[in-house]
Design a binder for this molecule. Structure first.
Ligand SMILES: Cc1cc2nc3c(=O)[nH]c(=O)nc-3n(C[C@H](O)[C@H](O)[C@H](O)COP(=O)(O)OP(=O)(O)OC[C@H]3O[C@@H](n4cnc5c(N)ncnc54)[C@H](O)[C@@H]3O)c2cc1C
Ligand code: FES
Length: 524
């Protein structure tokens, strides 16, 4: 055949000529009608597969939903996808043993085979239900047994695990240069040579700037493999975090120290854990770095107001190896994406100190939706209280907002007002008045929703006041119980949904829930 005819087709590849050896999660997705056009399907399969491969015990339903938060589907409405994957979730045995809180008729429990109230008394989903009173045909649950997923597991190629990284220097289209140094000194030398070079870790910011905003960066330096930038260490006075540490790894360490250290010391850590929960999706958190988020200096960065509030310090190194330390609150300069980094300097690490007794740190974020969305307004607050003649007085405070200015903004007048005041209802009322004048949003400010954003700045402080008061037993009593509900973190239970319809067989597939022909190809 003519080469010119073959050429356009050479990348088209389908698996229809191979025997399909599907993993049970793929089979499940196909059978529960979890793929329609199939565009999103490989992404859902890979997210779920990654979760199952990295979980030592079956994941919870919440974990499954969390791992899928970064995947979008425009066809299915998500219910069939969640139904397909829910079978792999850890479930409560109570449901099957009759001690569930569900009000079931005497002698009945939920049948593990059909998921309906039944008197068959089966113990395992593997057994076949012979119950007499199953008038329903199951229409939206998976017939796949989730416990079998380990049987066909692929392993990560050992050659890749054992491969020793080498320093790389590649050139690309239009004079693009891409470096992968392995030592800090090499990074600093490259930075001295190419002042405008972009450092890369997750590429979640630079990638978007180059592809979507057409930013003409010419020199890219991947710093993923530099040991000094990957330090992650809990010390006597706080946590040292290398600039290239991924957000997921930070989250893991924070959870560990919260379990191990005194509760009052880790209030900043808890605030970061909460904020990271709503920071992008798992895929982005696995790739994106702490330093990338800081140095991008986005005005709606979810973490920068918290670093500032939590008294974090940044270590900055120049091309000669000199290190200087700057408080996070002084690192972000007035102006869009401006930071205190001179030519040839890079961010080396971040230091997050433990909290002192009666020092409270809290995060806030309001977005259009909870999962994987950027903030409309966010904030990080801190207050340090000290007892003085039987009152709790503000010894120190800091309040930083994102989404209200071109940079993370300090509410300096409110801070000045708070210091020295007694932490009581009067403080709340008066602080709100000062705050209203401190954080000004012009009617034509970019982002719109001016009234809403103004009210968020106030309501965040209101919630913070209640939260701190709730932590302090002696103050808590003065707070109306109805107000305290504002303190609780949002908790969304796992999504449930069902679809019931009558199946009228008319001798054709019309009206019956048939798996469409492409489904088994789309899931692989
Ligand atoms: C889908 C999606 C969802 C997102 N959701 C959120 C969200 O909810 N909240 C939020 O705050 N952000 C969000 N982001 C933005 C995200 O935080 C940043 O993209 C990410 O943290 C940057 O990390 P990175 O390693 O990918 O940076 P890269 O893209 O690799 O680098 C970003 C910048 O940082 C500079 N840099 C990196 N390391 C250093 C260093 N050591 N010294 C000096 N400069 C350095 C680089 O030169 C570059 O300019 C989202 C992004 C995406 C794509
Ligand atoms: S986008 Fe079409 S099946 Fe999900």
């Amino acid at each position: 055949m003519d080469k010119n005819i073959i050429e356009p087709f050479k990348f088209i590849f389908t698996c229809q000529y191979f025997e399909l050896n599907l993993l049970s999660l793929q089979e499940s997705l196909a059978r529960t009608h979890g793929s329609q056009c199939g565009f999103c399907t490989p992404g859902f399969v890979m997210s779920m597969y990654a979760l199952l491969r990295s979980s030592q015990t079956p994941p919870s339903e919440e974990q499954i939903e969390e791992c899928l938060a970064g995947n979008l589907c425009r066809c299915t409405g998500y219910r069939p996808i969640l139904d397909a994957f829910r079978v792999f979730a850890k479930t409560s045995n109570d449901l099957y043993t009759g001690v569930s809180s569900l009000s079931l008729e005497e002698g009945k429990s939920v049948c593990p085979s059909t998921g309906k109230p039944c008197s068959c008394n089966l113990n395992s989903v593997n057994d076949k239900c012979m119950g007499s009173d199953n008038i329903y045909e199951p229409t939206s649950y998976s017939e796949i047994d989730g416990t079998k997923y380990t049987e066909k597991e692929l392993i990560f190629p050992p050659e890749l695990l054992l491969r020793i990284p080498t320093s790389l220097n590649l050139t690309g289209f239009g004079g693009l240069m891409w470096y992968r140094p392995l030592t800090l000194q090499h990074v600093l030398d490259l930075k001295a040579k190419y002042d405008n070079a972009k450092l890369l870790v997750g590429n979640t910011e630079v990638g978007i700037e180059m592809r979507l905003k057409r930013m003409p960066y010419r020199v890219l330096i991947s710093v993923m493999h530099v040991p000094e930038l990957n330090v992650l260490d809990a010390k006597d006075d706080g946590i040292e975090i290398g600039a290239a540490v991924r957000l997921s790894d930070l989250m893991t360490l924070l959870k560990k120290v919260v379990n191990e250290r005194a509760a009052h010391e880790t209030l900043s850590c808890k605030a970061f854990i909460e904020q990271l929960k709503w920071f992008a999706g798992t895929q982005i958190r696995n790739a994106a770095s702490v330093g990338g988020n800081i140095c991008t200096a986005s005005p709606i960065s979810d973490l920068n107001p918290l670093w500032m509030a939590a008294r974090a310090k940044f270590q900055i190194i120049d091309s000669k190896g000199h290190i200087r330390t700057v408080l996070a609150e002084n690192f972000f300069l007035p102006g869009y994406r401006k930071v205190d980094l001179a030519s040839g300097e890079i961010l080396l690490s971040i230091f997050l100190p433990w909290n002192r007794t009666f020092e409270f740190v809290k995060e806030f974020k309001q977005s259009h939706r909870r999962d994987d969305d950027i903030a409309i307004v966010n904030a990080g607050f801190r207050v340090h209280l000290q007892e003085h003649t039987e009152n709790w007085v503000v010894a120190d405070a800091s309040l930083f907002y994102g989404g209200v200015a071109p940079y993370s903004l300090a509410a300096t007048k409110t801070k000045e007002f708070l210091i020295g005041k007694i932490w009581d209802q009067d403080l709340l009322q008066n602080a709100l008045k000062v705050l209203q004048k401190d954080i000004l949003l012009k009617d034509n400010a970019p982002g719109g929703m001016i009234e809403f954003r103004k009210s968020l700045t106030l309501s965040f402080f209101f919630k913070f006041f209640l939260w701190v008061s709730q932590q302090m037993d002696s103050i808590k009593e003065g707070i109306p119980l109805s107000h305290l509900s504002a303190v609780h973190s949002v908790h969304r239970p796992p999504i449930t949904g069902s679809q019931d319809y009558e199946i009228l067989k008319r001798g054709t597939s019309v009206g019956s829930p048939e798996v469409h022909l492409s489904a088994r190809l789309q899931v692989c």
